[in-house]
Design a binder for this molecule. Structure first.
Ligand SMILES: Nc1ncnc2c1ncn2[C@@H]1O[C@H](COP(=O)(O)OP(=O)(O)OP(=O)(O)O)[C@@H](O)[C@H]1O
Length: 309
């Protein structure tokens, strides 16, 4: 079998007495997009930084294209692209000048105009960096990460702060890069981003991987959801049990209390029927009623609560 592009085996990384990454293992095959998700402080950035060669592992092994990225930096660095959370640019250079400048530091760089087109910045070429929007600056970070035709691309929250249109445009660019054969490791807090882009993903919590697999694997067993706003003046204790449903969860949203039933065992239709009959008999209107499959967000929230998965 081919060596995977990325292989992490029992990675531990501590800061003093604190273990930020506590035994993480995963592999990413060549040409795959793998998303690393997790709660704040779960250890995603630490894992990414060991893969990028910025930090050494405390124990365990990390391989990128068959090399140790910390000890064999010179072998790995020309083959990877890194989009950091905060790029450092010269504010007075134009976009085209910035790309031109970085070409000078890059072995076998793409052409300037090709890079700008790839990152969707062709029409911004003459604009000074200080005049770019936040989303356009992220796009410039992406352009610089792509400049050296990387075999492995690390994207740390690539669409943070982008509006939905810019985010969709960036997803198209990332898909094109993957279609061209590049391996991508992505961290993101946008679960929809992982749902749309990832071939496989891992959800980290407190330094460990809580769940991993394809999106379908991760959602399997989490059933369906019935969600609605708790009718005013109805105590939560008065909510009925539903076939296939556990006890309802209540979360307080800006607009009021939201009721969520998790329904397992292909009982969604029965559960919904029972709920509607119960509401009709009491003349209750169920505002915001939804019946749907569990989403990555539902699974993420359960992971963050530390629920048994
Ligand atoms: N240089 C450091 N010194 C001490 N503790 C650190 C250092 N870097 C990270 N940590 C701690 O390690 C833990 C993991 O941090 P990390 O940045 O890897 O998490 P993350 O999953 O990327 O979080 P976020 O989603 O909030 O960016 C956190 O508790 C953090 O405070």
């Amino acid at each position: 079998m081919d060596e995977p592009a990325i292989r992490v085996t029992d990675l531990h990384r501590g800061y003093g007495d604190f273990e930020a990454v506590a035994g993480v293992s995963f592999e990413v095959g060549a040409g795959e997009l793998f998303a690393l998700l997790g709660t704040n402080g779960a250890g995603k950035t630490t894992t990414l930084e060991t893969l990028e060669g910025f930090q050494a592992a405390s124990s365990g092994t990390v391989r990128v294209l068959g090399h140790d990225p910390y000890r064999e930096r010179r072998a790995v660095r020309p083959q990877i692209g890194i989009m950091l959370q905060e790029g450092g640019f010269f504010a007075d250079l134009t976009v085209a000048e910035t790309v031109g400048h970085w070409r000078g530091f890059t072995r076998r760089p793409r052409g300037r105009d090709e890079t700008l087109a790839l990152a969707g910045l062709a029409d911004r070429a003459g604009v000074r960096v200080r005049q770019l929007s936040g989303g356009q600056k992220r796009r410039l970070d992406l352009a610089l990460a792509l400049l050296g035709r990387p075999r492995v691309l690390f994207l740390d929250e690539p669409t943070a702060g982008m509006d939905p249109e810019a985010r969709h445009a960036t997803w198209r660019i990332v898909r094109d890069v993957v279609a061209g054969g590049t391996t991508v490791l992505l961290t993101t807090h946008y679960l929809e981003e992982a749902e749309r882009l990832a071939d496989r993903l891992a959800m980290m919590h407190r330094g460990r991987i809580a769940l991993t697999g394809t999106v379908a694997d991760v959602l399997a067993g989490h059933g369906d959801r019935i969600v609605f706003t708790l009718p005013a003046a109805l105590p939560a204790a008065a909510l009925p049990p539903l076939p296939g449903g556990g006890p309802p969860g209540i979360t307080v949203d800006g607009g009021g209390a939201v009721v969520t039933y998790a329904v397992t065992g292909a009982r969604l239709q029965h559960a919904l029927h029972a709920l509607l009959r119960w509401a009709d008999e009491r003349d209750l209107a169920l505002e915001g009623l939804q019946a749907r499959s569990a989403s990555l967000e539902d699974v993420f929230l359960r992971t963050a609560e530390g629920a048994a998965l």
